[in-house]
Design a protein around this ligand. Structure first.
Ligand code: ATP
Ligand code: MG
Length: 470
């Protein structure tokens, strides 16, 4: 009876017509969303919009997570109000975005994204030569907005006031069957936005859903399309993948779908290096654990871990070519960062963090004199030390060095002196890879290559100061 009444008010049908223009309406008894999982600020936004005469719903990942009984990490809101109309209704609201305008509504630290229903992509929308849609910012009806979303499970709308869910593309059935299904013709949807290839992998791994066959089949064939996407967007999506709390599962899924090949240089390297694989696995396990505990994760640390074994390989090669260890390490870091930034727009801050973490590693070898005390003052000691422990755990270097630093960091003044006295000899962490030389060893007989030596030392006086301090 109540269901009928709601359907009559909303003008919706019970059965999905299959063309996506009429939603299935699910009542509280059917969808069983726990209203306690909905943030009060999200309700403030939807009710303010509704009281002003607009339609307003929670949408996307928040509804999907609510249906799965999971507390959403953020809440997106979809409305038929234009960005200007939304902005007027809230004290702290900011219109952002060039390609698609959306409104950020802030309550204290809490940020809610409000998006106006978007219209169906028109054929005349500008595209690149591969069919990727470049600009397309028309407003539209709710059913058009649903059609433009990526997966059936991401295209449901929840109205907290009436506690109903509108389902345009059979998302509820797919949730129940744990199926990830793209809306529309998969090939066309990947072509208009190849980032969706990465999104399939992320959601399948994160939710532990099976990818519907039609959705899965074109993935490996269409993977090269990712190369035409601006690096900054790929980076954003990769970061979401790596910080999803399911990074390891995501990377395994990427490999399963053949998406790591030629997709990003990063993944080629990470997934095809047996030596580095254990290191990466440990780093991702640690990252996933931190995300699940709600602890912050540093993207710099993450990318430094993913690329470490590539750096190691090049570090070794530069030393074999006659470079001193420290400049050789900086040259290796340059090479790796340059290759990556072509396709993966690593922000400057992240690249700096990565470089700092790598540059600190040979400094942990030097357990004499004042050097260890200097390292204690390094503002990224924690990250560098955590990285060192990963290297120990992966078997790359002797566990003893990690233990020594654990003790040294925890010890008081006398304890530290004792540790230094106990460990007067230098012990190289990099023997296996650093061509049997450590940075206190005599200079190699070969002539030094000036390029890296001089420039890198100047740019990264961090590691080079350790070099000089002895
Ligand atoms: P998460 O919980 O991981 O953030 P999400 O579903 O909220 O998952 P977002 O990237 O935040 O993912 O995107 C929000 C919503 O916007 C999605 O649920 C989907 O409906 C839509 N969306 C995002 N990116 C795309 C895309 N590339 N193509 C089509 N729809 C998209
Ligand atoms: Mg989201």
């Amino acid at each position: 009876m109540i269901q009928k009444l709601i359907r009559r008010i909303l003008g919706t049908k019970k059965k999905n017509t299959g063309d996506g223009t009429q939603p299935v309406v699910l009542t509280a008894a059917e969808h069983r969303i726990d209203p306690k999982l909905v943030s009060s600020n999200a309700i403030r936004v939807t009710s303010t919009l509704q009281q002003a005469g607009f339609k307003a719903f929670l949408v996307g990942g928040a509804v999907r997570d609510l249906l799965l009984g999971v507390k959403p990490k953020d809440f997106d809101i979809a409305t038929n109000a234009t960005p200007e109309q939304v902005k007027k209704l809230f004290r702290r609201a900011f219109i952002i975005g060039r390609r698609f305008q959306i409104v950020h509504v802030m309550f204290g630290q809490d940020l809610l994204e409000v998006t106006t229903f978007r219209g169906t992509a028109v054929d005349s929308a500008p595209k690149d030569e591969h069919g990727r849609v470049l600009r397309d910012n028309t407003f539209g009806e709710q059913h058009e907005d649903a059609l433009r979303r990526d997966f059936t499970i991401n295209a449901m709308y929840y109205d907290p006031a009436s506690q109903t869910v509108l389902d345009y593309h059979g998302g509820m059935t797919d949730i129940r069957n744990k199926t990830l299904r793209i809306i529309g013709v998969p090939e066309a949807r990947y072509r208009e936005d190849p980032v969706r290839l990465l999104r399939v992998v992320r959601f399948a791994a994160k939710l532990n859903f099976t990818i519907a066959e039609e959705t899965r089949a074109p993935i490996s064939v269409m993977a090269p399309l990712i190369n035409n996407v601006p690096a900054a967007r790929v980076f954003d999506e990769m970061l979401k993948l790596l910080l999803s709390g399911h990074a390891l599962a995501c990377l395994q899924q990427l490999r399963k779908e053949g998406l790591h090949h030629g997709l990003l240089p990063l993944l080629d390297v990470v997934l095809e290096q047996p030596l580095g694989e254990k290191f990466v696995r440990l780093a991702l396990e640690a990252t996933d654990a931190r995300v699940k505990q709600g602890k912050p994760v540093s993207p710099g640390f993450l990318f430094a871990s993913l690329l470490w074994h590539q750096v190691l390989e090049k570090w070794k090669a530069y030393q074999a070519a006659g470079e001193y260890p420290i400049p050789a390490l900086h040259l290796a870091a340059d090479d790796v960062l340059n290759t990556q930034t072509d396709k993966l727009a690593l922000q400057r801050k992240i690249a700096t963090d990565m470089r700092d973490i790598w540059a600190m590693q040979p400094r942990f070898d030097r357990r004499v004199g004042k050097t260890p005390y200097k390292l204690l003052e390094h503002q990224r000691l924690r990250a560098g030390y955590d990285f060192l422990l990963l290297r120990c755990e992966s078997g790359e270097i002797d566990r003893e060095i990690g233990d020594w630093w654990t003790d040294f960091i925890a010890a008081d003044g006398a304890g530290r002196e004792e540790l230094l006295a106990k460990k007067p000899a230098l012990k190289s962490t990099g023997k296996a890879i650093a061509g049997e030389t450590d940075d206190a060893a005599p200079a190699p007989a070969k002539k030094r290559r000036r390029r890296g030596g001089r420039n890198r030392n100047r740019q990264n006086n961090d590691a080079s100061s350790a070099d000089k301090s002895e």
